[in-house]
Design a protein. Structure first.
Length: 375
């Protein structure tokens, strides 16, 4: 039996984008922060992170690699649709990519975003980008219908890739210290208002999603390693002004607290990132490592899901599942942990609060009424 993505005629991998060379850094940061009230001092600081790596973000190459693996996996299952990659903040820009897709005949596109967790930044903001592109293209007389697969933080493939990475990191630490070495899961900090808005009575918040998947990863990794793993969740990459509260603790703080409690070894697992983004190679591999060195803590950083085969297969399962749902079938939705599958279509008003301000721009892939929101 061949797999079908009917009714979709194309797949879009939608990501953040990043600079390719030093001259790109400032324009990229302007794109990211347009109208966001991020202080210049923070932008200069983040710019330095990019310059330290030659003005080039690792994210584009990682997306190209993921794109290639998605194409291979879909082809292996007999699916023959165009699979393209577009970004929110840098070339190849989303609107251009969608215009090309339309030109080549696509009318119904299924989107996969490179954020596993749901919050304004990882979900609704991408929906707003999609809406903006759809509306721009509609003005050009190009009609496109776009859906987005559900949040996949608790997908078995994503979890399996993270379990492998944690087990490998403990193996690198060596046999002796493992039982006493705590595991620190790390994700992107967000404003606490965004965190609160990401949860409702019927839906776990951004941090609760992380705690749920972290518990699932720990359970499986501990079983494989044959010892208990003490763990916690920490955050990195806070921005905004010092007066705006963001989710805490910061990972550097956590490292100091663990050292004070007697730890000598630590494993960092950046589950909040699907690949080795700048936050991972700078905020963790550079900054947090410096902290660990100063503290005399030996640190191993677990790999991100990247292009791990289980992860890629899980993403393709999600594409196939959503297509089946759209055909009116009732596909089984397999998840790990206590939270169950995320909604295919976001509820009205979902994740609208960004940093204390309710977003009022059109959003796709949700309640159709949200396409006609106006500024
Ligand atoms: C939750 C979350 C994810 C994870 C989910 C996901 O993966 O999407 C994420 C990913 C990313 N964030 C990235 C880069 C940046 N994010 C910024 C700013 C912000 N991020 C936020 C949140 C998140 N961001 C927030 C609440 C802000 C404040 C301003 C705003 O509300 O928009 C800024 C501006 C400077 C600064 O404030 O730090 C930059 C440069 C890159 C590219 C990295 C690379 O080049 O490898 C990636 C993948
Ligand atoms: Fe970010």
């Amino acid at each position: 039996m061949t797999t079908s993505l009917t009714p979709y005629d194309a797949v879009l991998l939608l990501s953040f984008g990043g600079p390719e060379k030093p001259e790109d850094v400032v324009p990229f940061l302007r794109n990211v922060t347009a109208g966001r009230g991020i202080p210049d001092s923070r932008l200069e600081e983040v710019g330095e992170h990019y310059y330290a790596f030659g003005g080039r973000s690792p994210i584009n190459d990682q997306n190209k690699a993921l794109l290639a693996e998605l194409r291979t996996e879909l082809a292996a299952r007999g699916v023959d649709v165009p699979v393209v990659w577009g970004n929110r903040n840098w070339d190849p820009y989303l609107t251009d990519v969608l215009r090309d897709l339309h030109e080549s005949g696509a009318r119904r596109v299924l989107t996969l975003v490179t954020s596993a967790f749901a919050s304004y930044s990882g979900c609704r903001q991408y929906r707003e980008n999609l809406a903006a592109s759809i509306l721009t293209l509609a003005e050009e007389g190009r009609e496109l219908a776009i859906d987005k697969v559900r949040a996949y933080f608790n997908d078995p493939g994503f979890v399996a890739a993270n379990v492998d990475a944690v087990v490998e990191a403990y193996e690198r630490l060596g046999a002796a210290p493992s039982p006493q070495a705590p595991l620190v899961f790390v994700t992107h900090s967000i404003p606490t208002t965004m965190e609160v808005a990401s949860g409702t009575e019927s839906r776990a918040s951004y941090s609760a999603q992380h705690l749920d998947v972290a518990a699932a990863v720990v359970e499986r990794a501990a079983e494989r390693l044959g010892h208990k793993i003490p763990w916690e969740l920490a955050y990195c990459s806070r921005s905004g002004t010092p007066f705006t509260p963001w989710t805490e603790p910061d990972v550097n703080r956590t490292l100091a607290a663990l050292k004070a409690d007697g730890a000598e070894h630590v494993v960092l697992a950046p589950i909040g990132f699907v690949s080795d983004h700048m936050e991972v190679i700078y905020d963790l591999d550079t900054e947090a490592r410096e902290t660990a060195d100063e503290l005399g803590l030996r640190m191993e950083r677990a790999a991100t899901a990247g292009t791990a085969p289980e992860f890629v297969a899980g993403l393709v399962d999600l594409l196939v599942e959503r297509a089946a749902s759209e055909r009116g079938e009732n596909p089984e939705k397999v998840t790990v942990g206590a939270l169950g599958p995320w909604r295919d279509v976001c509820a009205p008003g979902c994740c609208r609060l960004r940093a204390g301000v309710e977003s009022t721009v059109p959003a796709a892939c949700g309640d159709p009424a949200e396409m006609s929101l106006t500024r």
